[in-house]
Structures are given as C-alpha cells and as structure tokens.
Design a protein around this ligand. Structure first.
Ligand SMILES: Nc1nc2c(ncn2[C@@H]2O[C@H](COP(=O)(O)OP(=O)(O)OP(=O)(O)O)[C@@H](O)[C@H]2O)c(=O)[nH]1
Ligand SMILES: [Mg+2]
Length: 344
C-alpha cells in the first residue's frame, strides 16, 4: 500500500505529455492592428521574422516595407530545445488615413470571425482530427505616440475587437517620446481604456510575478527597425540618430523584449486558453443561438427532413427483423439435415 504512490507515477504521465506536446509542437497566432504608419509591419519583419534570415543580410526587398494594403499572414516554424512552435502572424492594413473611416475595421472583424467559423465547421465535421486552427490568440493594438491618448477611432475599433480577441495595447515608435512622456501617455491611455469600458487582456492564472510584468508595462512602448547596426562591436537591430542608437532589443530602450517574453513565454498558454474558453465559446454560443444548428445554413432542419430520417430508421429495423427470421429458418433447416450446422 505504501508503495502504491510510486507505482502510480503521475510524474511519468506529465513527462509523456510534455514529450508528446514537444513533438507535436505548439501553435500561436498573433494579429497586429492599428492606425497606418505606426510600425506594425516593421515590427513583424524586423523581429519576429529575423529567424528566417539568421545571420545573413536581410534582402533589400524586406528592408523597404511598403504600406500594408491587405490582410496577409506569414508562418514561421521555430525550434527551441527540441520544442517546436509554429507562429502565424496576421498583418493588417492600417486605418485612419482615408477620408471616411466608418467601418474601416469591418474587414478585420470579419477576418477574426471567419477563423472562428472555419474552426466551428471543422469541429462539427468528420475530419476532426486534422483541424487547422487559425483562431487569433492575441491582437496587438498599435496606438500613436504623437497623440494625447486614444483617438476616437482607436476607441471604436478596440471596442469592436475586445469581445472577440485578447487585446494587448502597444504604443508604436516609442523612440519618439522621452521616458517621462511615455509614462504620461501610458497613464492617459489606461485611464481612457477604463473610462470607455474597453476590455484588454489582463493576464490569467499565471504566476503573480509574471502578471506584474504584464501590468507594469501595459501599454508596451515598442521600437522597431529593419536596420542592423554595429554597437560596441556587436551587431544589433536599431535606429540610428545623430546622438546615438536606439536598440530595439534593449529593454531600457524599447519594451519589445518584455512584450515578446509575455507572448512567447509567460502568457502564451493563457492567451490560448482565454481564446478557446471565452472568445471562441462566445462566438460558438452566439452562432448556435442564431441558427439552432452548429454550422451550415442558418435554417433549422425542416420538418419533412426529420420525418424522412424517422421513416428510414423504421425501414432499417424491419429489414433487420426479416434477416433475423431468415437466418433462424436456415439454422433449423441445417439442423434437420443432420449436419449440426455451423454456428450462425
Ligand atoms: N521612429 C520610428 N519609426 C518607425 C518605427 N517602426 C517603423 N518605423 C517607420 O515608420 C514607417 C511606417 O512603418 P510600417 O511598419 O510600414 O507601419 P505600418 O503600421 O505597418 O503601416 P500600414 O501598413 O500603413 O498600416 C516606416 O518608415 C518605418 O521605418 C519605430 O519604432 N520608430
Ligand atoms: Mg503595415
């Protein structure tokens, strides 16, 4: 009895699960949204996709990042200590620079919904084992460093997004602000988020200390660049100014390292759980309430269709009964012929 605990071996189970998930890998999907020209694409290209190029020089084409005109996704497979991560990044066109910005967010909302709809359809289908999950686990919402807080359009779009995805606010081009200005802007943004009833990602049941990092940096002031410069004999990604270099990977210059830590390490699992357990569930239950069916057309099954199914079942039952009678008759015949018969 005293040995039972060591025999049960839960630790083994944990190890097995770890091994299996490491082999299967993890996936994570990140989306960037916000006003045009705040450095969304630059951040994606210079930091998340750097693994694509390794130590090689970045091709010229990648250096010149054009204005994003349509929603585009890039996928990156990263392996670290034998653990695979498939990172998908969804870049979206910035809004706010057209004359009429009404409903400029609609394509983004539609995109998020489409991923949920696709998952719902696959989950209810026959090929459930091979579902490709494209649900968005986190949305980085870029805010301008040059305003005095949130713009009305930011508020409108954030309010549209917050019930659908985990929103993490980010101040782009933070190198344009002094430390003091950045702190002031952060406070203002947080106040406006509260006043407008916007729900941003709060961090979940992860470690208190880790949640503290999330809370103390929110909204993250990030700096991005596509240029690799030499600082003290070391190659770093940064922005060169007459007075020096702003390093994008230096936590004192830019909060990108902290943000990446939150996304890729401390809060990845929680972001996924909130997406699946809260945002997707919201979508699914809303969808079921609307249609009465999990997916497909929005009409409930017509009465005649239900009647058809019932009568087909009765037919099948009768057919089975006929077969049972025939087999009984055959068995009797064989016994009468004296062969003992096979066991039918
Ligand atoms: N000062 C500064 N400039 C930046 C930073 N990140 C990007 N830029 C510059 O800002 C300009 C716009 O950058 P993009 O990455 O295209 O901005 P975007 O948010 O993707 O813009 P849209 O595609 O129009 O939505 C480019 O000239 C970048 O070099 C930054 O952190 N600081
Ligand atoms: Mg862009």
């Amino acid at each position: 009895m005293s040995n039972l605990q060591s025999v049960v071996g839960f630790a083994e189970l944990a190890k097995q699960m770890q091994k299996r998930s490491a082999k299967k890998g993890f996936d994570f999907t990140l989306m960037v949204v916000g006003e045009s020209g705040l450095g969304k694409s630059t951040m994606i290209n210079s930091l998340f996709l750097r693994e694509l190029y390794g130590d090689r020089e970045i091709p010229k084409a990648a250096e010149r990042i054009e204005k994003t005109v349509e929603i585009s996704t890039s996928t990156l497979d990263i392996e670290e200590n034998g653990v695979r991560l498939r990172l998908t990044i969804v870049d979206t066109p910035g809004f706010g620079d057209s004359v009429n910005n009404d409903e400029c967010w609609q394509p983004i909302i539609d995109y998020v919904d489409r991923q949920y709809e696709g998952y719902l359809r696959d989950e209810s289908g026959l090929n459930r084992r091979n579902i490709v999950d494209n649900r968005i686990h986190c949305c980085l919402f870029f805010i301008s460093p040059s305003g005095h807080g949130l713009r009305p359009l930011d508020i409108a779009v954030m309010k549209k997004l917050d019930s659908k995805v985990n929103v993490i606010p980010v101040i782009g081009k933070a190198d344009m602000l002094t430390k003091q200005e950045l702190q002031r802007l952060k406070k203002k943004i947080l106040l406006e988020i509260r006043e407008n009833g916007i729900h941003i990602y709060q961090g979940g049941e992860t470690d208190e200390e880790e949640n503290q990092e999330l809370k103390s940096c929110m909204p993250f002031g990030v700096v991005s660049s596509n240029q690799v410069l030499e600082v003290g004999g070391k190659k770093v990604r940064g922005r060169l100014y007459p007075w020096g270099v702003v390093e994008v990977e230096n936590p004192k210059h830019s909060e990108f390292p902290q943000l990446r830590n939150i996304l890729m390490r401390t809060h990845m699992q929680d972001l996924k759980e909130v997406t699946v357990g809260i945002h997707y569930e919201n979508y699914r239950s809303g969808r079921l309430a609307k249609s009465g069916r999990p997916f497909g057309d929005t009409q409930a099954a017509p009465a005649t269709e239900q009647g058809d199914v019932a009568s087909k079942l009765v037919e099948k039952e009768q057919e089975l009964e006929r077969m049972r009678i025939m087999m009984d008759m055959m068995r009797q015949q064989m016994q009468q012929q004296g062969g003992g018969g096979a066991n039918v």
